[in-house]
Design a protein around this ligand. Structure first.
Ligand code: TRP
Ligand code: ZN
Length: 850
């Protein structure tokens, strides 16, 4: 099916829908090829609307019949939906359509995955199920009946009745169509229960395919903890008698918050110690929390239009980060979030895809489920909380829930509850939602007889989305550390609003060392003229755990930059500073593990480009490898103890304490492997009884060039487990030598189990390859060609997953002219494909530029 010519949608063009819906009933007769959907919708004119055109969205639908108030009508059909003459009074619309779930490879609308039916409606998938005003500001109460030969037939809300092969569901809470869900199949339930604080008993179920029952316990526990946390921290209770989660193997993203019926990518919910790593457990816990938290931030209060996406996503990411900080380690979570922000959001904000947290236009909304809207959106809420304080934040959030329950809202509504609570004027703060680009913040110091003046400048590079950025409100968290390593001034939040601004600390004895942007209090790029010695001092003594880590990271980066640009050796003082931190037994092992990390290769490429250099991926790779080798040599006498002391011998638990120890022992192992001929890694592989240990050992063996036997053994052991085999595919790509990576990928794509139509499997190979800096950017262009070939192949089947992966090319202007030419050839080759999807066309056109 050919997409209509690309059309741009603008925030400024918003108008309310011409009708209000009083009720919706849907009836499904399931069939793999010919599913029939009957709808009965009660409409009445919307008194607040000016445009009364009756337009219903609909795509790939075969209209069988339509009636208004029982009389057959002949609507006018278009590519995007239908229009029809309707009475200027309440009326009932009835339609029957036929759809083909099996032919639906885009995984949007109603589709089949491993013999089960499931739906994905966000953002605009409901229009592939029936004709409907498929926009989030149209909220309605749904009743659904499902007719099908399956033991399990699910939809939103509470069950009304269930007979053999028929189930009826009623969702009492008005909702937009994007939260509709239906699941049918031969599934087994892992049951649980939760009693809310006001005494409502809620039945919980995790539905999985037979065989996956043993991977449900952790997800169920995480769900109960999330329900409790939202009551304790935000005062939000669950509002139905039932909460269902379903695991699906074919899914474009992580998970979806459909009302009372969350649908999860099986990789985002199924877990067991034998098959999942500590990182998998933590991610699953966070995603379960995220989708559950959407029940209030997203479902009960939803978005007026898709430009407001960050209203639910930024806030819900912020809430799930708070949850993880509370139940694990706050400093480790903060550092991990900043690493992730720099890896995914900064490149987006500093390249051709830059867009504001609340965009003003789009062609394909699916392309805007981005790190900017999610992660920068969460950072913006974190700043707001810092500026108003914890108490005011809590009051404003409560006011938001009280005032807007049941409504479809905007960012203006969100900011207004803060203005009303605090009396602050948030006009300037709102620029965080309207301007693209990462602000650059620089600071200079002046010292004069006990008086320290900090002079800040902010500047946001212009972008296509924001050609003329204005100064933003920056909460800058600052503390002072003296020469003895004592804190002489606790954290202050400086509120910067001007392009240039000074702040004074008075009555100081000796000149202190300034610890700036503690906790990463604003998502900016900071330039601070601090000597290596002062940074080493902060690395040793800063009381702020984030900034302590950050100074180590900055020292690592400048050491790497000096190696890359001047051929220098790794910086000895940095090596020494890190040694002290990782030897400090008072510090959390998880935190010490983070201290052993290095900036990623693409982070280094970004830093080089920012300083006006052309990054060479081969030289970057060599510098990182040489640094790892130098660390291994320098810490040689420390590593065996560090490794042994933190190897966990108790029964496996995925909690913060055990996983922190394993993180440190495995960080030590990866260095140890460079000096012990991979002996410890081999031993760990042979003895491993959990996936964290097994996979880390395997990674080290492959990296050391000693992995071939273990790779085979791993495959033989896990060939029947889809999620573990995804790791097997991915790891071989990640650990490949840059020279060989594209050949490794080519070999893997010929493997019998490389089912490229499954998004998880596709991502495990091609996604890992796009993230392999040296391999993807191979000077021959073989990497670019290979990814382009696969994007061309996937696009006709699954535009959403294809378009997301196009972002691999977003940094192309950083590289040399030869690489740019090679990439441009591939961008043009993809763009020249006949019938390229709207999703991929929009992404590549924006990346390519004029
Ligand atoms: N709203 C979902 C979340 O963040 C994500 C989502 C949006 C999604 N569109 C999707 C998931 C399409 C799967 C497919 O929680
Ligand atoms: Zn979300």
């Amino acid at each position: 099916m050919r997409d209509a010519a690309p059309q741009t949608i603008y925030l400024a063009d918003y108008t309310p829908f011409g009708f209000i819906i009083d009720s919706v009933s849907l009836h499904f007769d399931l069939d793999p090829r010919k599913t029939r959907v009957k709808s009965r919708i009660a409409f009445r004119p919307n008194p607040d609307a000016t445009d009364n055109t009756f337009f219903l969205h609909g795509e790939n639908l075969n209209l069988i019949s339509a009636m208004i108030d029982g009389t057959p009508v002949t609507p006018k059909l278009t590519e995007a939906g239908l229009t029809c003459d309707v009475p200027d009074a309440p009326f009932v619309w009835e339609a029957e359509v036929e759809i083909d779930p099996t032919g639906n490879t885009a995984l949007e609308g109603l589709y089949m995955s491993n013999g089960m039916y499931c739906t994905q409606c966000e953002a605009e998938g409901f229009r592939k199920i029936t004709y409907y005003p498929d926009r989030p500001d149209v909220m309605a109460v749904f009743t659904v009946t499902i007719n099908g030969p399956h033991p399990v037939l699910l939809s939103n809300g509470n069950p009304v009745s269930a007979a053999e092969h028929v189930a009826e569901w009623h969702d009492p809470w008005p909702k937009p169509s994007y939260l509709f869900a239906l699941v049918a199949g031969d599934l087994v339930a892992h049951p649980g229960s939760f009693t809310t604080k006001s005494g409502r008993d809620v039945a919980l179920n995790l539905y999985v395919r037979p065989g996956d029952e043993g991977k449900c316990a952790f997800g169920m526990q995480a769900l109960k903890e999330s329900m409790k946390w939202d009551e304790d921290v935000y005062g939000r209770e669950y509002d139905l008698d039932l909460f269902n989660i379903v695991a699906v193997d074919d899914f474009n993203m992580g998970a979806m918050e459909n009302k009372g019926l969350n649908v999860f990518n099986s990789s985002a919910v199924l877990a067991s110690p034998e098959t999942s790593t500590d990182m998998n457990f933590e991610r699953i816990e966070a995603i379960i929390a995220h989708e559950y938290f959407h029940n209030w931030t997203g479902n009960r209060i939803t978005c007026r239009d898709w430009f407001q996406l960050c209203l639910k996503e930024g806030l819900t990411v912020f809430r799930d980060s708070q949850f993880t900080s509370d139940i694990r380690s706050a400093s480790v979570k903060r550092i991990s979030d900043v690493i992730d922000l720099r890896a995914r959001q900064f490149p987006e904000d500093q390249g051709p895809l830059a867009h504001p947290v609340r965009p003003e236009s789009f062609q394909e909304i699916n392309n805007f489920y981005t790190a900017t809207i999610y992660e920068k959106g969460a950072e913006v809420i974190g700043m707001l909380k810092l500026l108003v304080g914890d108490d005011a934040y809590a009051k404003a959030a409560t006011l938001y829930f009280d005032r807007h329950d049941g409504q479809a809202c905007t960012i203006e509504d969100w900011l207004r509850v803060f203005e009303d609570t605090t009396g602050r004027d948030l006009t300037q703060f709102k620029r965080w939602y309207g301007q693209a680009g990462t602000p650059h913040l620089s600071v200079t110091e002046a010292w004069d007889h006990g008086k320290l003046t900090l002079h800040f400048k902010q500047h946001t590079p212009p972008s296509a989305a924001t050609p003329d950025p204005q100064p933003q409100v920056l909460p800058i968290a600052v503390g002072l550390i003296d020469q003895d390593g004592d804190e002489v001034e606790e954290t202050n939040i400086l509120e910067m609003t001007q392009a240039e601004q000074s702040f004074v600390f008075d009555n100081l004895g000796t000149r202190p060392i300034v610890s700036i942007l503690r906790g990463f209090s604003a998502p900016v790029v900071l330039t601070q003229d601090l000597s290596d010695a002062d940074r080493a001092h902060l690395l040793a003594y800063d009381t702020d755990p984030f900034n302590r880590w950050e100074q180590g990271r900055i020292l690592a980066r400048s050491s790497l930059m000096a190696m890359i640009l001047e051929g220098k050796k790794p910086n000895k003082d940095w090596l020494k500073g890190i040694r002290a931190v990782i030897s400090d037994e008072h510090l959390d092992p998880a935190y010490r593990a983070l201290m052993l990390g290095l900036p990623s290769q693409s982070d280094l490429a970004r830093a080089l480009a920012e300083d006006g250099h052309t990054p060479d991926p081969d030289i970057i790779y060599a510098a990182v490898e040489a640094t790892r080798a130098a660390m291994a040599k320098s810490y040689a006498n420390l590593l065996p103890t560090l490794y042994r002391r933190h190897t966990v011998s108790e029964d496996y638990e995925p909690d913060a304490i055990q996983s922190g120890k394993r993180a440190l022992s495995n960080a030590a192992l990866s260095l140890l492997t460079r000096i012990d001929d991979a002996a410890a890694a081999q031993k760990q592989y042979d003895a491993a009884d959990n996936m964290t240990q097994q996979l880390s050992a395997l990674a080290n063996l492959i990296h050391a060039g000693k992995g071939s036997k273990a790779v085979q053994a791993f495959e033989a052991q896990w060939k029947d487990d889809r999620l573990v085999m995804d790791k097997w595919f991915g790891l071989q790509v990640m650990e490949a030598d840059p020279e060989e990576a594209h050949e490794v990928v080519e070999t893997l794509t010929k493997h019998a189990d490389f089912n490229w139509k499954n998004p998880n499997r596709f991502r495990s190979v091609l996604g890992a390859f796009a993230a392999h800096h040296g391999g993807f950017h191979h000077a021959s262009g073989a990497g670019y060609r290979l990814l382009a070939d696969w994007l061309i192949k996937l696009d006709p089947l699954n535009p959403q997953t294809t378009a997301r992966m196009c972002s691999a090319f977003q940094t192309w202007k950083r590289y040399d002219a030869d690489r740019q030419a090679l990439i441009k050839t591939e961008l043009d080759r993809i763009l020249a494909q006949p019938d390229l999807s709207r999703d991929t066309t929009e992404m590549l056109t924006r990346i390519r530029g004029a």
